[in-house]
Each structure stands twice: as C-alpha cells, then as structure tokens.
Design a protein around this ligand. Sequence first.
Ligand SMILES: Nc1ncnc2c1ncn2[C@@H]1O[C@H](COP(=O)(O)OP(=O)(O)OP(=O)(O)O)[C@@H](O)[C@H]1O
Ligand SMILES: [Mg+2]
Length: 343
Amino acid sequence: MEGLIIMKGEPGIGKTSVARLSSRRLAALLGNIVVVHINCRTYRTPTSVIQRIASSLMPELPDRGLSYEEMVLILEKILSKKKEDLLVILDEVEYLRDGDSLVYTLLRLHEGEAPKSPTLVTIARWDPPYLMDDAIKSFVITKLLLDKYTPEQLKTIVRYRAEEALVEGSYDDDTIGKVVELSEHTGNARVSLKILYLAAKLSEEAGLSKITLDMVSEAASRIGVIGITEDALMPLDLHDKLLLLAAAKRLSSMDKSWMKMGDLLEEYRLLCEEVGVLPYKYTAVWKRVRGLKNIGFLETKKSGEGMKGQTTLISLGSIPADKLRTKLKEILEEELSPLPSSL
Ligand SMILES: Nc1ncnc2c1ncn2[C@@H]1O[C@H](COP(=O)(O)OP(=O)(O)OP(=O)(O)O)[C@@H](O)[C@H]1O
Ligand SMILES: [Mg+2]
C-alpha cells in the first residue's frame, strides 16, 4: 500500500504508542515489511532522515557525510535489493525542516531505481501546511484524527501502569481516581502518568507505604497541572473567579482559543453587573490577569499582524472553556446564591 497516512492529535493521546503497536502488529501479520520509526525532533533535516532510513536497512552503511541527492540514490539502491516493503513513520513531523521536499521524495522513490515507494505515516500535533499541498494531497490514503483520552480510558491506562510499576497495596482505586480527576481535562496520558509517578516518589521519600491523596495533589501542582477542581478554584477570590468565568464564557461561545483583552473586560463588566458587584478598573483587571497567568490559569500574548493596533490576547491554555465555565458557575452559585440564570 504505497502512499501517505496522516495521523494527528493533541499531546499525550497515544499517537506514538498507537503507531508503534499497530506497525509492529502489521509487520508480524504480513511478515514482509520493515518498519522504520523516526522521531523528527532528533532527525530534523531531509538528509538526516534519509540517512537514518538507509542505515536502519543497512546497518553497515558508512556515515560519510553525503549530500541529500547522493543519500537518496543510495536509499533507492538499497530498496531495489530488498525483498521487503518499507513502512516509514515520521513522528513529530512538525520539527522537520523542508518536510515537503522529503515527503515528496519518499512518496516518489518508485520513479527512480526503487521498485516501490514506502508507505509513509506522518504523526503531528497539527497538520504541517505542506501536507495539504496538491502535489502531496494526491498521495494521501487516509487521515486519522485521534481524540483526547476520556476519563475512563485514562483510568484504565493509569491502573494498568500502576499494576506494572508500583508495589501492590501502595495505591488503590481512590489514588487512581484522584490522579485522573486532576488530569482528565487535559486528556493527556503522559500528564496522568507523570502525576502518578511523582506522587509515588514523594510518598516513598516521605517514608509512607501508601500514596496519599495529598501527595497526588502535591505532585499535580509541582508538575504544574491546573486542575479545574474545587480545590484549585475555590481559593481564588470573587473577582478572579468572575474574570475566569468571563474568559470561559466568551471563549466557549466563540469556540476559539484566544480572545482580546477588551472583550474579556467587557464580558467581566457584564458579569459584575449581573451579580451586583462593582467591577475593577482596567489597570486592576490587568494585574489580576497577570496574577492568573502566573498561577497558570491564563495565557497571554501580543496580537500579531493582521489586527488593527497591538492588543493583548488571552487564552485558557489547555483548560477546556466549557468545563471551566460549568465548574465556576457551580461554585459561584453556592457563593453568591441566588445567581441569575443567564450565567
Ligand atoms: N493505551 C495506553 N496504555 C498505556 N500507556 C499509554 C497508552 N497510551 C499512551 N500511553 C502512555 O502515555 C504516554 C503518552 O503517549 P504517546 O507518547 O503515545 O502520546 P503522543 O500522542 O505520541 O504524544 P506527543 O504528542 O507528545 O508525542 C506514553 O508514556 C505512553 O506510554
Ligand atoms: Mg509522540
């Protein structure tokens, strides 16, 4: 099957794992496939990628600092002698320089001496624009968009890894539940597993035979995961909560990840009016935005070109706006009951 398979999805959702496992299974099933997995964060140029493919097919190949063209010719030669088909996985392809030229060359190897072109799988967190070029588009076999892990899936993964790595009795369902509770909004298995391992390490260092829930929270905060749990949100003062709710409201209704500072201010003032408190002025709001940024709830950047004048843009980073909105609404309802239903 010659052509290009594009795999895409957010960090830590198992793209690399799925590609490794399924290519290994495919190779075991078919028997006549060689799989080469290349991480483009390590091999960033077309020449180094081709060199890497060639040397994994022919380990004795000397590394003589050849040019790109020479390397391609060598690869073609090697392929013309191989009986097996080639499957190349280019992982983290967004790091690749001149990826278009490399992808195009690989997909058209059969036009040279190679009997067949490899099957190519690219993995990225977002689509590199050149993969959308017409010349490359015609090679696309399929596009796979992987979703974030659901809380249930994260639980299964964390439980499985805990069984593998931790002493029996050092954790229980509550430990796993807490790890997932603090990381489920990211949908990122790497984050959940980091929390688990750090919590285990901290508990061990403290001489505990069991991971406590406090240690799990401590681990999450050291890793810098902002949970949208009551624990994390309750301590914020009313106006910080209102500002976050304003951002979450606006961003979830626009379905965008960045909003203008002016829009945040407007939304915040409306909210203050609805709940009957006096809004802070611009400078004070700005200070609060910086404070919320420092503790990881908000991200800011300057607007780029294409917008009139420079303005600050605000985002919730990896925190999902709709979930934050629901949670804050619940908390504020309790704090300010009765709260207008329009919130
Ligand atoms: N189904 C699973 N079972 C067990 N562990 C898993 C599973 N899925 C992912 N993991 C673990 O979660 C971590 C992240 O997975 P992986 O590296 O595959 O994600 P990714 O989507 O490639 O992330 P990135 O975008 O950062 O490259 C790894 O440590 C991996 O071992
Ligand atoms: Mg990966």
